[in-house]
Ligand binder design. Structure first.
Ligand SMILES: [Zn+2]
Ligand SMILES: [Zn+2]
Length: 382
């Protein structure tokens, strides 16, 4: 494999190009290097594929972010793995680029993609939700998901046929899966190929169907899918695991599994972006004398010192004890908001002691350099 060109360079856009600019650039490339406009031109076809691959990454916020950080190397591995696109993938994205009823639609035999020739069917995608604790979000986690879905039929190996002699070459298209026709278009007169209506592009027809799946090649089953969830994900974000969705009819390409994350509320910690907030309650005598207090963090328990004379409303910052930045460096902080607990009932003995303290000079409020609560909050989040 030769060295890959930069995706931005391929599309001829700046690194900070907007979604709209990227889409527009790709659209122009797709029209210019379209195989129907450049029949038999290998170079144009390569350019066409290259542009499609670049667009596939740059049009997806998650993939784009990874590419921006890690370059082509970041595109391999879990969830990424997009080194080569085939023509079917490229054409199946065209509805998105050119809109429904786009000018190329007729060339590809309808919205199902596949520009003439034999094409594989694609299974449908499955969406599932996964609940994550704050701790799992902070560290990243590997999850084994039991996915109920359509799987390839065991009896016929996904072929849909009773036996191998039950599969016959389609007589309409002679097995090519496509039929040719000439039509007028804004590009001039073009001979195009469309999907064969008899075999739906398979190139074959099944004479005797498999009894288990009634010829569909798929049955209901389940699969354990292991996914690696990176640290720092948020509620509502999703991850696509390609090829782990429903099986396609008659041995086509399986759809995708789309995993959406849900953040399980934590009993004591509250997430605010990459920071974690904690309400800490201490007693009035402890605020006076100071103490060391054990508090929960996303990494487990931590002991923090509280100075003698701490005022209610103070916010202590535990640097780097928050949530890691998704696909980036660094972590947020944990902010500990100090509350001082005022007793709501007293024994007569306690009451007597408190009464005694009332007249003491040190117990009279002497606020100095008082910043309001809102200034403090502003300071901490700046
Ligand atoms: Zn056919
Ligand atoms: Zn079957």
């Amino acid at each position: 494999m030769s060295t890959k060109r930069d995706y931005y360079e391929i599309l001829g856009v700046a690194k900070n190009a907007t979604e709209v600019e990227i889409k527009k650039a790709y659209r122009q490339m797709a029209i210019k290097f379209h195989p129907d406009k450049n029949p038999g031109n290998k170079e144009a076809e390569d350019k066409f594929k290259e542009a499609a691959e670049a667009y596939e990454v740059l049009s997806n916020a998650e993939k784009k972010a990874r590419y921006d950080r890690f370059g082509h190397q970041g595109m391999g591995g879990a969830g990424g793995g997009q080194s080569h696109m085939n023509m079917d993938d490229i054409f199946s994205n065209f509805g998105d680029i050119f809109g429904e009823g786009h000018p190329f639609e007729s060339f590809f035999g309808g919205n199902s993609g596949g520009r003439g020739g034999r094409r594989q069917k694609v299974g449908s995608s499955i969406r599932i939700k996964v609940e994550l604790t704050l701790q799992e979000i902070a560290t990243g986690v590997e999850k084994k998901l039991k996915v109920k879905k359509q799987v390839a039929c065991n009896s016929c190996n996904g072929s849909g046929a009773k036996d191998s002699s039950s599969v016959k070459t389609c007589t309409t298209c002679n097995g090519s899966g496509a039929v040719r026709k000439v039509q007028q278009s804004f590009l001039g007169q073009i001979a195009t190929t469309t999907t064969c209506p008899t075999c739906n592009g398979d190139g074959t027809t099944v004479v005797n169907k498999c009894g288990s799946c009634h010829g569909t090649g798929k049955t209901i089953g389940e699969e354990i899918v292991t996914i690696k969830i990176p640290a720092g994900v948020g509620d509502g974000m999703q991850m696509t695991v390609s090829g782990k969705g429903n099986a396609a009819e008659r041995g086509g390409i399986p759809g995708d599994l789309i995993v959406q994350f849900e953040e399980k509320p934590d009993a004591s910690l509250k997430r605010d972006g990459n920071n974690v907030l904690y309400e800490c309650y201490i007693s009035f005598p402890d605020a006076v004398t100071g103490l060391s207090v054990e508090i929960p963090t996303v990494d487990g328990k931590a002991k923090i010192p509280i100075k003698a004379g701490t005022q209610p409303g103070e916010i202590l910052r535990l640097r780097g004890k928050g949530i890691p930045v998704l696909n980036g460096y660094g972590r947020g902080d944990q902010l500990v908001h100090i509350n001082i607990w005022t007793p709501q009932k007293l024994s007569s003995e306690e009451k007597a002691m408190i009464e005694k303290l009332k007249s003491s000079e040190n117990f009279k409020p002497k606020p100095t350099n008082q910043r309001g609560f809102f200034e403090k909050i502003k300071e901490f989040f700046s």
